[in-house]
Design a protein. Structure first.
Length: 138
């Protein structure tokens, strides 16, 4: 008998990678940098905002200091949150699956490299705010 399911978040529950790309590129565009989607998917996918911004800093010779990197992280967060609120990001079939787990008494958790604040905002938008007993995040 199944007792528990542990989910990753990005790409499993939420299709948010495109939103991360859009938010990062919106911020980078303000500084004259445009990252093609193919480059993002090949080189920057799966890294934290800080790691992405620091990599772009090196790759595009931007000379951003640590304070500027922190500002860019904050700018990306604002854009990302706006994108989350404006659209549906739940992966097809996930709602039904999670509801079946709940109805069957199966415990549910999330273990993700995503930021907790991002996970909480997305879960609230999906009406799953209280659907997970444990959330382990970056």
């Amino acid at each position: 008998m199944l007792k528990a399911v542990i989910f990753d978040f990005d790409g499993v529950i939420a299709d948010s990678e495109a939103l991360h790309y859009d938010a990062l590129n919106t911020v980078f565009n303000r500084y004259g940098v445009d990252i093609p989607k193919e480059v993002h998917w090949d080189k920057y996918l799966g890294y934290s905002d800080r790691e992405n911004i620091e990599a772009v800093n090196v790759d595009y010779r931007m000379q951003w200091d640590n304070a500027r990197v922190q500002v860019l992280i904050g700018e990306k967060k604002v854009v990302f949150d706006e994108l989350i609120v404006s659209g549906s990001i739940i992966i097809e079939g996930v709602s039904v699956f999670i509801q079946r787990l709940i109805n069957g008494g199966v415990r549910r958790a999330i273990c993700s490299g995503a930021l907790r604040s991002d996970i909480d905002l997305m879960l609230a938008g999906m009406a799953f705010k209280d659907a997970f007993e444990v959330i382990v995040s970056a």
